[in-house]
Design a protein around this ligand. Structure first.
Ligand SMILES: [Zn+2]
Ligand SMILES: [Zn+2]
Length: 333
């Protein structure tokens, strides 16, 4: 199979021909149609996340069809369209797994980090962690739902029922969550890099009531916020913009340091928090909800061999929506 391989961090990916993977017990073999490119992939390549398996095939927003199965893997019929998310395996035994918090498992395996992912024509995945993909979404538009969508959805749940919701950073995840939040009747306020008027216009088109620079104060206090951009000072900016009782949740796996701040910013039962990974229940709930909103993903499609360019488009911050690899070469055909 063709794949893009990360041999060492901070180096470009290498196009490679590899032997086809064999599904082990409980695993399905998937012919990858499309794979979303996530900011987490960038953190892996750039060395912000320090313990990937190497060499590694990145990619944890896989959409494809089941073309084979190992022993005791009969959950999906051949030809079923499935999605594979970041959470690839959990131990089922630790105190987190036993208390319905498998997202916090002590010994997890993550797709495209500990397990080879979807920047390849074929992938294997534990069938218990795969999701059926809702009809009505083409492969490339379904892919960003699998991380940008459902980890964002978990962050939205942690924010609680905040009516005036701030979104800091407007990339793949925020452009999905903005639609979900507006659909829930929330008022959405979007913060982008200074001068990104195009991004601010994009946010307003997706239903945001206000969009401006993260250095600006919103027209009203926020009841909660999700910080998508990996920039620690945005956590304190969100606190400054928030009303009493607001929950400020960081949705990313890596962030620069949060600067010291006076306690009075936190006073008034404000909460700073983070979201980590996902549970399978989050995924099932979100994939049911997405077609009802309905969430429309805006995607920039790249061929598999242009994975580095796709990563660069996230790094530069000039991407509208989500980047997706068209692995099967089938988009637009
Ligand atoms: Zn566990
Ligand atoms: Zn991700």
């Amino acid at each position: 199979m063709r794949a893009m391989v990360l041999d060492r961090q901070r180096e470009p990916l290498r196009p490679a021909e590899l032997p086809d993977p064999e599904p082990a017990r409980g695993q399905v073999l998937i012919s990858v149609a499309a794979c979303g490119v996530c900011r987490t992939d960038l953190h892996i390549v750039d060395g912000d996340l320090t313990e990937p398996k190497l060499p590694l095939i990145l990619g944890h927003q896989i959409v494809g069809t089941v073309v084979g199965a190992g022993e005791e893997a009969d959950r999906f019929a051949a030809g079923a369209r499935v999605g594979v998310p970041w959470l690839g395996w959990t131990c089922g035994e630790c105190r987190y797994c036993r208390s319905d918090r498998e997202n916090l498992c002590d010994r997890p395996l993550f797709t495209g980090y500990d397990i080879d992912g979807g920047y390849a024509e074929l992938a294997v995945a534990d069938q218990r962690y795969c999701f059926p993909i809702p009809d009505g979404y083409p492969d490339e538009q379904a892919a960003p739902l699998l991380c940008a969508g459902l980890i964002g959805y978990r962050a939205l749940r942690l924010v609680g029922d905040a009516e005036r919701l701030g979104l800091y950073g407007f990339g793949a995840s925020a452009h999905i969550l903005c639609q979900v939040a507006v659909g829930q009747g929330r008022r959405v306020f979007v913060f982008t890099k200074e001068g990104d008027t195009e991004g601010q216009g994009f946010a307003r088109r997706l239903g945001a009531e206000w969009a401006g620079a993260s250095t600006e104060a919103p027209p009203e206090e926020l009841d909660g916020a999700i910080v998508f951009a990996p920039i620690g000072p945005l956590m304190t900016a969100a606190l400054r913009a928030s009303a009493k009782g607001a929950r400020i949740i960081s949705a990313g796996i890596h962030m620069s340091d949060i600067p010291a701040f006076p306690y009075e910013l936190l006073w008034g039962e404000r909460v700073l928090g983070s979201v980590a990974n996902l549970t399978r229940r989050d995924g099932e709930e979100f994939l049911q909800l997405a077609p009802q909103v309905p969430v429309r993903t805006e995607v920039e499609v790249h061929p598999l061999t242009a994975a580095d360019e796709a990563l660069d488009s996230i790094r530069s911050g000039c991407l509208r929506g989500a980047a997706v690899l068209d692995v099967a070469g089938s988009v637009g055909q």
